[in-house]
Design a binder for this molecule. Sequence first.
Ligand SMILES: [Fe+2]
Length: 257
Amino acid sequence: MIDLINFVGLDIKFDENKCSLSFNEGVTEREPAVRTIEQMKEVLADESVSGPEELYYMYRNIHAIKDDAVIKQHKLRFDITIIKPDMLGNELMKTAGHYHPKSYPELYEVVYGEALCLQQRYNKNDFRKIEEVIVVRAKQGQKIVCLPHFGHILINSGNKPLITSNWVSSEFSSEYDLYKESKGAAYYAFSKDKNIEWSKNNFFTQVPDIAFLVPNDEIREFGLKTGVPMYSLIKDLKNIDFLNNPDKYRYNNVFKK
Ligand SMILES: [Fe+2]
């Protein structure tokens, strides 16, 4: 069992063999939603890939029980996702991908393992035209802002489970349909000779080159610092007001090259 308290900021343990969480006293007890290969077929580079059966686990609405009211009052939710260390044929393990309605952003932290977050923005008149693609590479303790108007997928680029936590507005539901219709994100990440080969998704009529970025280690506007678990923002949730009021804020300091 791996103790996640110093990485999540909540008294939670991780069973690496079962890829599951256990919650100690004072923390909400949740069952995960499981994403299966069957549900993912449409977004895979190779639809015929048949395993593994379970890809990732989403524990939604996790928090200290005493914090329940303050989180609701700020219209937020804190989730944890565990993505297995496995392959989807030649493709790296990934999430299904979705957009958010309006311009709602999201805030991730890598709690364990390493992540690539592929974000894309499409042309409002033609969703087969992608205007911008960024890939954010993040390690344990680093924060990833999913930008307003961008859809996102997470990719497990390491050889152990990837665990992320995230803060997000509780006021919307994610939209998965466009990713299904387009057979996944603008690029597929294939494993080749221990490197990653990025291959454009032919569904799209326009796909720009990828801008590769890393998180800034301090994002003052939002009270974020690498290595400080972002659950600690519970003390002052005004820091992440951008999750419900995205248009009031600027995002030019969240990444660097
Ligand atoms: Fe999201």
